[in-house]
Design a protein around this ligand. Structure first.
Ligand code: BES
Ligand code: ZN
Length: 627
């Protein structure tokens, strides 16, 4: 047996050497982990560079052109397997050849799309895929002029995370596979194209824009935005892109970005991506932010006028270390991206805004986590840090658990070993794993060797296994407190014991304090209480979407007529899932509310991104079946 095995091994090794294909392999390849959400075969052949040559066709809402993929061969294979979803493949050629070759496009598989198989030999260096996107290209959101701030130009943006990159680029859409990319993007004259790459700062005459992304990234960090976009600098390395109607306000709101980058660098080492710019998108952008490298995508709901919501920018910046530099190898390891990022976000915010602010944010996060755990009572597996998303939509696993339980775990380690030691550990962790995709197990191994390895009993105090592999929140969870919030809690008690809203003296409360105030009040209040609060503090007119959203939810639960119209307006004009989803969930709790929800949804749906539509279809349909 042994001899045969050695012989096989020898032939194999010789075979690889004979073709001169022996290469240093990536961590993901070494780890032999599988991404159940991808059809790709990177351990045999992986894509090392993608070049896109695409035309943005607003008339037909299509991208059309060629993706040229450069290959690295690791093990003999006759087929390159790629991910696609909603793509029309026109033809495929190899290297510099003009002859069109046969390719295989498999059947649609739920949550994955269609595998694209391209026959290759050991010497194939490049494949050229000519394709166009379709209406099933779910990463793309095409907006007509009416859906933008300026109302004059259409707009396009992509959202590739988690596994939607495949719906606009045929690729190895697997977070364990990293590649560099370049692109030539043709857009209508008078419009600007931007990517998660080195970006232009103004429009050119030709409407053709060239992009280079020289750092290796996973597919979910590919991004494109096209519109009537302008740029204003906020500092040496940072700036804001947005439609002209928004850019001046945005540049004031985000004026601290250079400081944020410096704060993050002081904590965890150099920012490795050149510039840190942001683009403020139209309101249908489904997230608060998306950490597209070099160009974070942001919701316009952050532009409040008082810098109260800029922690989201700190969050996306933090991903430049956790997520973009050291990436989750599969979506089961999502907490490596988000838990670390929330931890770093709060450290950055603490430097800029002080400890009280960071403490308040941690308590608000804890409150969200408690609510999520309540919602997931019947799905305990979803409350583990290490997930098992096989046969599930990866989007399903992306709950507050990864964010806030992940944060608590890291905070526990920090409190156990001390901040200084933990900061040094994290800096080394980012440096040693830079531009790699790793699993939870690789992290744990690194943690055990480099931090929890001494005789002080740290390892026993932390209990890694329980935090990572078991449901719920372990008993050794760090205590999360905020002194500022104690005052707020006493005001809530006063109000519930009959004090008038004005007597609470809250006119100077900060956004965080308001959010906690609203969280601590019962969801359902009586009409007199709602009127009293509203006339004292004008919640219904709040220009802060975080505050307004919590208030509108109370309005639904409390049957408060005054919020009806603002609620409909808000749902039609905002597509940020964090706000829209809980409001529809609240509406759908009663038959009358559900009716209202359906009416509003019918009007709002054309403004929503497919990711949000997906979520809402489930909520509204589930309710129908139940009744
Ligand atoms: N990377 C996420 C957004 C995301 C997660 C997109 C999963 C698709 C799938 C981003 O960094 C994020 O976490 N955004 C948050 C803001 C943050 C401050 C918690 C959001 O959008 O609310
Ligand atoms: Zn994040």
């Amino acid at each position: 047996m042994k001899v045969i095995f050695r012989l096989i091994l020898l032939t194999f090794t010789l075979g690889i050497f004979a073709c001169g294909q022996e290469k240093k392999i990536d961590t993901y390849v070494e780890q032999e982990v599988n991404d159940s959400h991808s059809f790709s075969n990177p351990r045999q052949i992986s894509v090392s560079h993608v070049h896109l040559n695409l035309k943005v066709d607003f008339d037909n809402t299509k991208l059309e052109g060629t993706a040229t993929l450069t290959l690295q061969h690791y093990k003999p294979a006759d087929t390159l397997w790629l991910d696609t979803k909603g793509l029309d493949i026109n033809f495929v050629t190899i290297d510099n050849q003009t002859e069109k070759i046969n390719f295989f496009l498999g059947n649609e598989v739920i949550f994955k799309g269609k595998p694209l198989g391209i026959p290759v030999t050991a010497t194939t260096k490049r494949v050229n895929i000519n394709y166009k996107t379709t209406e099933n290209s779910v990463a793309l959101q095409w907006l007509n002029p009416a859906q933008t701030a300026g109302k004059d130009f259409p707009f396009l943006f992509t959202q590739s995370e988690a596994n939607l990159a495949r719906s606009w680029v045929p690729c190895q859409d697997n977070p364990g596979v990293r590649f560099t990319y370049s692109a030539d993007i043709t857009v209508p004259k008078n419009m600007l194209a931007l990517m998660s790459a080195e970006n232009p700062q103004k429009k050119n005459e030709t409407g053709i824009y060239h992009f280079e992304m020289k750092e290796k990234i996973p597919a979910y960090l590919m991004a494109l935005a096209v519109g009537n976009i302008e740029f204003l600098a906020t500092g040496e390395r940072t700036g804001v892109y947005s439609e002209p109607a928004m850019v001046h306000k945005a540049v004031v709101e985000f004026s601290e970005m250079d400081e944020m980058v410096k704060a993050a660098e002081a904590l965890y080492g150099p920012y490795r991506w050149g510039r840190f710019d942001v683009i403020v998108l139209p309101p249908s952008f489904p997230f608060g932010g998306m950490e597209n490298p070099k160009l974070t995508f942001l919701t316009p709901t952050l532009v409040v006028g008082d810098k109260s919501l800029t922690a989201v920018v700190a969050h996306e910046l933090a991903h430049s270390w956790s997520g973009n530099l050291v990436t989750n190898a599969t979506w089961n390891d999502f907490w490596l991206n988000e838990g670390f990022t929330v931890y770093i976000e709060r450290r950055i915010v603490e430097r800029l805004r002080g400890k009280d602010f960071a403490d308040m944010q941690a308590v608000l996060g804890m409150q969200d986590l408690k609510e999520t755990l309540e919602d997931l009572k019947k799905e305990p597996d979803q409350t583990k840090l290490k997930l098992n998303l096989e046969n599930l939509d990866p989007d399903e696993g992306m709950t507050d658990v990864a964010y806030e339980k992940g944060y608590l775990f890291l905070r526990l380690i920090e409190e156990t070993v001390g901040r200084q030691k933990f900061d040094q550990f994290l800096t080394n962790y980012f440096n040693e794993n830079a531009f790699k995709s790793i699993t939870t197990e690789t992290f744990i191994h690194y943690l055990e060797i480099n931090l929890l390895n001494d005789e002080l009993g740290f390892k026993g105090k932390v209990n890694i296994d329980e935090w990572v592999y078991r449901a719920g929140i372990p008993a050794n969870c760090p205590k999360i407190n905020s002194d500022k919030f104690k005052t707020i809690e006493s005001k809530v008690s006063m109000f519930m014991n009959g004090s008038k809203a004005v007597e609470l003296n809250l006119q100077h409360a900060s956004t965080n304090e308001w959010l906690h105030f609203l969280d601590m009040l019962p969801l359902k209040l009586n009409t007199a209480q709602m009127i009293d609060l509203d006339s004292a503090y004008q919640f219904t007119e709040s220009g802060n979407a975080e505050i307004l959203c919590k208030w509108l939810r109370k309005g639904i639960a409390s049957n408060y007529a005054k919020t009806n119209e603002p609620l409909a307006y808000f749902l039609i004009h905002t597509g940020r899932r964090k706000f829209v989803k809980p409001l529809f969930v609240e509406l759908a709790k009663t038959p009358e509310g559900l009716e209202k929800a359906k009416l509003i949804y019918a009007i709002a749906k054309p403004n929503y991104h497919s990711l949000l539509i997906n979520t809402l279809d489930q909520i509204l349909e589930k309710q129908v079946v139940k009744m």
